[in-house]
Design a binder for this molecule. Structure first.
Ligand code: SD4
Length: 335
């Protein structure tokens, strides 16, 4: 209901809760009001990096690429880039995509041996006639662009993989720690599961986004999740807003999550409520029992700098940085 929407706060600072209307107000750019918003609390440094680019007047696309690169290079982050947990065959395979203010996009999927998947995705967008390159083709393209091959499997991630192999039980919802501790089969938050989805509004009033992940730990070799899929893991429409996702990619893909959120925002929903609606759609499809066994979460940002997020279960956090500072926000959740 449109009239209910004004009660939703989509910002920690309380500035939002603004109701977006359709039509010309959506496409009116808001200038000099940069915002960057990123999935998961551990991506705070990445968010700061992106904001620094925006503050200097940089393009949203540059900001999100440089921000995501921070997490990709961090060996302690076991969900993204270097140090990402491998698939069940012990191979670290990366998924990433980018989308700019003109609706251009690029993606790599199941790519091995290259740390900065987000940058390869950007080059797919800028230098090829294609949108997606997968596996060996993505690697071959990256090498042709001067990227260097490296071993992305850190000793710590290898150790966890070898420990996992003892039981080789795959459950996308159980954390690595829980897998090792055992006992508690309730869904748990995924501390090591913090795919980076980052969306930004630059000073010129343009939007951009990027998403990067090593995907579900111990997945089947060749499995690709939502993160590099335009419309599922990320969508940017410069007239409306941007959205990105995290969680069990299979469920995000089944509802084309990020694109669906943009369409709701186009119809007038504020970012948080648009995210909520799509989480509800996921839950309805699954049924409550099954839905409570997994996480799906979204963040969204509109053309005016209003933002919000929503998750299926707790906890889900995002990091946001505006002129007012940087905040970690724990979102509301459905279950
Ligand atoms: C995937 N959506 O590969 C990713 C995983 C994720 O935090 O977001 N983890 O399905």
């Amino acid at each position: 209901m449109l009239h209910r929407r004004k009660f939703f706060q989509s910002s920690l600072f309380g500035s939002a809760g603004l109701v977006l209307r359709t039509g010309s107000s959506i496409s009116t750019p808001v200038l000099n009001n940069p915002v960057v918003i990123t999935t998961w609390e551990p991506n705070a440094n990445a968010t700061s990096k992106a904001y620094a680019v925006l503050e200097k007047g940089g393009r949203a696309l540059d900001a999100v690429e440089q921000g995501v690169m921070v997490t990709e290079a961090d060996p302690k982050d076991q969900s993204v880039g270097y140090g990402g947990l491998p698939d069940r065959d012990g191979k670290v395979t990366l998924d990433a995509c980018v989308m700019d203010e003109k609706g251009n996009c690029g993606a790599v999927m199941a790519m091995e041996s290259i740390m900065h998947a987000v940058s390869v995705a950007r080059l797919v967008m800028e230098k090829t006639p294609h949108v997606q390159l997968v596996g060996d083709g993505a690697l071959q393209f990256a090498l042709s662009q001067g990227f260097k091959k490296q071993n992305l499997l850190t000793p710590e991630s290898e150790r966890l993989w070898k420990q996992w192999l003892k039981k080789a039980h795959y459950d996308p919802m159980i954390t690595v720690e829980n897998e090792l501790k055992k006992g508690d089969r309730r869904p748990q938050p995924m501390p090591n599961h913090d795919t980076i989805g980052m969306i930004a509004l630059d000073k010129a009033g343009n939007l951009g986004g990027a998403c990067s992940t090593s995907g579900m730990a111990f997945k089947m070799h060749g499995r690709v999740g939502d993160s590099p899929i335009i419309g599922a893991g990320l969508f940017v429409d410069n007239e409306v807003g941007a959205a990105t996702s995290t969680g069990v990619g299979e469920e995000v893909m089944k509802v084309c999550g990020s694109h669906a959120i943009i369409e709701l925002m186009r119809a007038g929903y504020a970012p948080e409520e648009a995210c909520r609606k799509i989480v509800e759609r996921v839950a309805k499809r699954l049924g409550n029992n099954k839905a409570s066994d997994l996480q799906v979460a979204f963040i969204a940002l509109d053309k005016k700098g209003n933002y919000g997020g929503f998750s299926l279960i707790k906890p889900f956090t995002y990091v946001v940085k505006t002129q007012k500072g940087q905040k970690i926000v724990e979102t509301k959740s459905l279950l």
